[in-house]
Design a protein around this ligand. Sequence first.
Ligand code: FMN
Length: 170
Amino acid sequence: MEFTELILARYSVRSYQHREIADEILALVLEAFRLAPTAANRQALGLVVTKTAGREEELRRVYNTDWFAAQPPLVVCACVERSKCWVRRDGKNYGDVDVAIAMDHLILAAANEGLGTCWIGAFDPEAAREVFGLPEGVDPVVLTPLGYPADSPRPKLRKDMGQLVHTDRW
Ligand SMILES: Cc1cc2nc3c(=O)[nH]c(=O)nc-3n(C[C@H](O)[C@H](O)[C@H](O)COP(=O)(O)O)c2cc1C
């Protein structure tokens, strides 16, 4: 897809078909995550990709909706190893930024293959630690279902350009 079309095509998908994802399509989507830039190239991040089949009840503990835990074939949990991330001199840790960039790569690559996703921040982090088997020092940052959409895009509700972009000074 042409890039501007792709940006317009991506939306938060909250209804999925049960259809499986071919291995080669999944590989393209994961490769987009791998190629993302990270601060100082630390790459202190990772994914847990899991099938929903047979794990629906566990996944509901993490985020209790059908469109996360039951409908899509896969869910993805993006994680950070914060102690290994680049930290600015004033103490700001860039791990969440790194994960967000890599996840956006994954999400746009998925949209480019006709797959749906939805950023999920409102999950239960303790349940995610258990269900995805995260060791000490690895924190879940964001989740997404991954599958073929069963709904349709909605109009994008966004602020006007003038409210977002300032010239010279805020
Ligand atoms: C960091 C982040 C966290 C989000 N968390 C949730 C969530 O927990 N549940 C949900 O249904 N949508 C979640 N969303 C989706 C947003 O509501 C959605 O992206 C926004 O309303 C714009 O709609 P669009 O994605 O269809 O363009 C999240 C989005 C982002 C970027």
